[in-house]
Write a protein that binds this ligand. Structure first.
Ligand code: ADP
Length: 307
């Protein structure tokens, strides 16, 4: 059975209910969203682990309980007595969502203090999944520990999957971001960028440019998402184009890319051909964007019926 380990930060999410002064607490974060969808899609056909660091307080316990009840293995998650979870709050104004973050001292920022912890978490895994946000929250020396652990994992036959998920606000200097992202792509087998962000920060003129730039780093599969636009894939066979499902009433694009990645990977590890795996990712994301929030149970049920 394949074990997939997602590495990154899961935060407390405070989302407004109808009355703007009342908030509901949840848990979310890009790599966690992908882990959650993978666990929901694959059930007992795979083991999905999450690797991060959390506190020893009760909200950290609640988060572990939440992950566990979603079928995600939390046994290698680190506990830090002097830190707790990062938090973000969603504000709604005239229907537009804005986000405020309290994450600069989160426990997750310490997840790569020792490369050995990461190697332990990856023991027995076939796939390691991480993102540009995972990199952004780490001090540079810890980022090197993560890279080294991923290199060792890969040289022992593991597959490394990376979503660049560019978040310039988390980086002091955009050049540090672009350099770290390209370095990480260089040790990845599958890279899953979104063209819009890439165009802004790397100057790519087209999704094809994005695909070629990452392919030159050595990734065997580069799959460039582009919102409702055509996706471009670069693999050993060259470039190919794939239309995502059309969605007439988009409600909330939160976790579109994260759920896409899960739908794609779930199908890919089941041995489906690339074009079917891409269609599966797009089918799941198309359902996710028709609901509010990151983790959409209804989208998964629909996906299983459709798949
Ligand atoms: P991210 O959430 O990382 O910015 P994208 O916006 O590129 O990612 O979207 C990821 C995938 O989600 C797309 O490839 C597509 O399959 C689906 N998707 C996103 N937005 C839409 C949309 N408006 N209509 C249909 N599908 C969408």
């Amino acid at each position: 059975m394949t074990r997939i380990v997602c590495i990154g930060e899961c935060m407390v999410e405070m989302a407004p209910l109808d009355s703007a002064a009342t908030y509901r607490m949840g848990f979310a974060g890009d790599t966690l969203n992908t882990a959650w969808y993978l666990a929901r899609l694959l059930g007992d056909r795979a083991e999905i682990g999450y690797f991060t660091a959390v506190g020893t307080d009760s909200v950290s316990d609640q988060m572990l309980g939440f992950l566990g009840s979603a079928g995600i293995d939390t046994s290698s998650i680190l506990r830090r007595a002097d830190r707790t979870l990062g938090l973000y709050m969603i504000q709604l104004q005239d229907g537009e969502r804005s986000f405020s973050y309290w994450r600069s001292h989160s426990a997750a920022r310490t997840l790569a203090q020792s490369g050995d912890d990461i190697s332990t978490a990856l023991r027995g895994a076939g796939i390691a999944y991480f993102s540009g946000i995972t990199l952004a929250i780490l001090p540079p020396e810890d980022r090197a520990h993560l890279s080294r652990a991923l290199e060792v994992f890969r040289s022992a036959g593991g597959t490394v999957v990376f979503d660049p998920n560019l978040r310039p606000k988390l980086w002091g200097d955009p050049q540090d971001m672009t350099q770290a992202i390209m370095d990480a792509a260089g040790l990845s087998d599958i890279v899953l960028p979104s063209h819009e962000d890439e165009a802004t920060w790397f100057g790519d003129q087209s999704p094809e440019d994005t695909a070629r730039r990452y392919a030159q780093q050595g990734a065997g599969i580069v799959l460039v998402k582009n919102g409702p636009g055509e996706m471009i894939v670069h693999n050993g066979a060259g470039l190919s184009r794939h239309q995502p499902e059309q969605v007439s009433a988009v409600i909330d694009t939160t976790a579109a890319g994260d759920s896409f990645n899960a739908g794609f990977l779930a199908s890919h590890i089941a041995g489906e051909p690339l074009d079917q795996a891409i269609a599966a990712g797009a089918r799941l994301a198309a359902r996710v964007v028709t609901y509010r929030g990151a983790l959409v149970e209804e989208a998964v049920l629909g996906h299983e019926l459709a798949g």
